[in-house]
Design a protein around this ligand. Structure first.
Ligand SMILES: [Zn+2]
Length: 275
């Protein structure tokens, strides 16, 4: 006869668990998740929460190693709902830092679904709204292939970004046609919502590489190709979920399109940085 995996007592014929032991275990896990969500939303004493969670874990046979997974899952769920509800405040941001420290959760653990990056971007936008130059929020692990000026502050860095240049002299190609396999990469379907037409704008693929945003410039580098655009020389921006086009000041000037980037964040940050 096997033992119950929760209480260790005999579990009966062909069974490895008692019904009520399993129920208690599931309820224990649920209770921990609820308590973590509550404190993230409403605040409270993290040290007493930790103590209470330990008691619940012991009494419901939840192993201590299982708790981290509950914390991370609950963190992702709670923070993303708070953001979507529009209730993400500075107080919650402070609470997240406290939570991370109290439960000794690493940046990588809390960013498995990109939630911590989302939080960092929101605080950057909030700083910019207050007229502050944002402090770096995430640890930059990759080597920074740019020389920043003394007054310059790195805001964000994106890797594996595709860079295209929109040549204004080649924009005449407005007809829709089938593109060859190799051509595809060099065209960008631009949908004009007002006229409901799709125009093919010729894009020149400049390379794939690293794109960085500072309080003064947008940088891009791919191998030996380097590109630097002063924020104050940006005339307009056009953003989508995963791309942004930057139009330089000047009549008929070219545009730079960055793909595989958080376009919405870039758009919001750049438009606040333009002075
Ligand atoms: Zn049992």
């Amino acid at each position: 006869m096997a033992a119950c995996k929760y209480c260790g007592e005999k579990a009966g014929f062909l069974s490895n668990k008692h019904y009520f032991c399993e129920l208690k275990y599931k309820q224990g896990k649920q209770r921990v998740a609820q308590m973590v969500e509550y404190i993230l939303r409403n605040g409270g004493e993290f040290s007493s929460l930790k103590k209470r969670i330990k008691e619940i874990a012991i009494s419901s046979a939840v192993r201590l190693q299982e708790l981290d997974a509950i914390y991370i899952k609950t963190f992702n769920k709670a923070v993303n709902s708070l953001i979507e509800e529009g209730h993400f405040t500075e107080a919650i941001e402070d609470r997240i830092a406290e939570f991370q420290q109290a439960f000794q959760l690493s940046q990588e653990m809390l960013d498995q679904d990109g939630t911590l990056k989302r939080v960092a971007k929101l605080s950057i936008i909030r700083d910019l709204d207050k007229g502050l130059i944002p402090e770096p929020r995430m640890v930059v692990e990759s080597y920074l292939p740019f020389h920043l000026q003394n007054t310059e502050q790195l805001i964000w860095i994106f890797n594996d970004v595709e860079c295209y240049k929109q040549n204004p002299n080649l924009q005449a190609d407005t007809s829709l046609r089938m593109l060859g396999k190799n051509e595809k990469r060099h065209y960008y379907r631009k949908v004009d919502e007002k006229s409901e037409t799709v125009k093919m704008v010729q894009m020149q693929h400049m390379g794939d590489g690293t794109c960085a945003l500072t309080n003064e410039h947008v940088y891009f580098t791919s191998g030996n190709k380097k590109y630097k655009l002063k924020i104050n020389n940006i005339a307009s921006t056009e953003a989508f979920k995963d791309q942004i086009s930057l139009f330089r000041e000047g009549f008929d000037s070219d545009a730079q399109l960055f793909k595989n980037i958080d376009g919405v964040f870039m758009y919001n940050a750049i438009n606040r940085l333009i002075s």
